[in-house]
Design a protein around this ligand. Structure first.
Ligand code: DGL
Length: 272
């Protein structure tokens, strides 16, 4: 898969961003705010979501296929806007690609830092929770904090369907957050990029005083740092272009993307 970019000025090339579905838009919006002059390509793999309930092989193979598609579009850097794909595929992608790869991880370190009760909850997919990466992150960054990891099957689907505030969605949130509150957690780390779109509903259930932590902003800042270090920032004064792709043909998925992005964007079909 190694691809050498044969272009002396690659700074105007796009940043590739992908997720198992629409969740990565919560990262993309932070990238757009921080780096408005960059050109972006966003891939939602809704046809093959949720990654969190599937095998490691599935997550790795989809990540490789999408990375390859993006490399053929001459991206200058890849952002894995998915905790699950980062947990299971980022090392492989870094081995195979000749461009920088940015991953994201549940914000355990900041969560442990701000918690006053010394108890934090992490909401994530089953695959992220079972990953070695999450385990080492906890040992490294929160050795003196009680970290309660809660898998949330079904929540990604609610976001994919844009059922952000429905009764059944709130019931699921209640089921997953009650054990955290019962154990005195005062901070909840949103360890899946779909969940920031549920922040309003989560706050309604857990109360405003519980802090919710997401990773979109820190990832955007990390991306800016790497682009800067590698002299890859786009110096154009024009607002960048964004191309959107989805592997699902369903109008429902496209509509969710438009509603979450708050614009009537054109979405290409990703036939891989
Ligand atoms: N947005 C993905 C993440 O951050 C969701 C994974 C899934 O499709 O289950 O983990």
């Amino acid at each position: 898969m190694k691809k050498i970019i044969n272009n002396s000025n690659i700074n105007t090339n796009s940043i590739g961003v992908f997720d198992s579905g629409v969740g990565g838009l919560s990262v993309l919006r932070e990238i757009c705010k921080l780096l408005p002059h960059e050109n972006l390509i966003y891939i939602a793999d809704s046809q093959h979501a949720p990654y969190g309930d599937r095998s490691i092989q599935h997550v790795q193979s989809r990540s490789q296929i999408i990375a390859n598609f993006l490399l053929n579009k001459n991206i200058k850097i890849l952002v894995v806007a998915c905790n699950t794909a980062t947990a299971e595929a980022v090392d492989l992608l870094r081995e195979q690609l000749s461009i920088p790869v940015i991953g994201l991880e549940p914000a355990i370190k900041p969560g442990a830092k701000i918690s006053k009760t010394g108890v934090i909850g992490i909401l994530a997919t089953q695959r992220t929770i079972d990953s070695k990466r999450l385990y080492s992150l906890t040992i490294k960054h929160a050795p003196h904090t009680k970290v309660i990891a809660q898998a949330c099957p079904g929540l990604v689907e609610k976001v994919e369907e844009n059922h952000l505030e429905r009764y059944d969605t709130r019931q699921l949130i209640k089921k997953y957050t009650t054990p955290l509150l019962e154990q005195n957690a005062d901070t909840i780390v949103l360890g899946c990029t779909h969940y920031p779109f549920l922040s309003k509903s989560i706050h309604m259930i857990v109360g405003k005083e519980i802090q919710l932590i997401e990773t979109g902003q820190p990832v955007a800042r990390q991306l800016q740092r790497v682009l800067n270090q590698q002299e890859l920032l786009n110096s154009s004064q024009h607002i960048g272009n964004i191309e959107f792709y989805n592997s699902s043909r369903l109008n429902q998925h496209k509509n969710t993307m438009r509603q979450l992005w708050l614009k009537n964007i054109n979405i290409h079909f990703l036939s891989i």
